[in-house]
Design a protein around this ligand. Sequence first.
Ligand SMILES: C[S@@+](CC[C@H](N)C(=O)[O-])C[C@H]1O[C@@H](n2cnc3c(N)ncnc32)[C@H](O)[C@@H]1O
Length: 212
Amino acid sequence: MSGSTCRLRDLVFACEQRAQAYDLPAWLRAYPLARCAAFRFTRDPYYARLAALVELLGAKQVMEFGTEEGGSALALCMAGAQVLTYDLDPAPLRRSRLGLLEAEDRLLPLQLAAPEAMLQVSLQGVDLIFVDIDHSGVWEAAFHRKCQAEYTGIVAWDDVQLNRGMRTFWATVTEPKVTLTWHFSGFGLVQYGSQRTATWAAGAPALLPRAD
Ligand SMILES: C[S@@+](CC[C@H](N)C(=O)[O-])C[C@H]1O[C@@H](n2cnc3c(N)ncnc32)[C@H](O)[C@@H]1O
């Protein structure tokens, strides 16, 4: 196992530990949208682990592809990062009423005109990328090539074991990576570019609910 893969495994372990301190439902109670039924699934430890990943990487700017109702975007926001989240269809997010976080500039939803537009987005200044799109494996593979060419940092890929297309895409990834069961359909972390030297120690909790 390469040194980078060991470091990813250390990161995974630290996230799993740290996630136990996260209480997404409690955090959401500080927001009126907590009453929105769409967020019942924030009880899934998967979302707390996403939040812990942001915290432990010290990520300030997170980019997400695949917003849908905003469940994962919300988790990525929780540790204090600003989340730019892209989708082809803005309707599910609009329905889920995440406007409150938008107003705080924590969540910046952006619409892509077509799947290939994700290949034109600048990754400059982005500390962490999360990809959870159509799971064909086709656009995932194309975006992976973009990351190989222009990104240094960690990309989190959801559903890497979901179907044949995703498994095929995942098998082509030769960068340091870990395959996890954070999600039933598989979840992976890949380190692109040169390694970071950060240690994965949790800092001060960034989980305080908003004081209204
Ligand atoms: C599985 S859902 C995302 C779920 C969300 N990440 C969560 O965990 O709450 C997938 C979303 O990806 C969007 N999508 C599909 N292809 C895309 C692309 N190329 N770029 C951005 N979003 C895409 C779909 O419209 C859909 O809303």
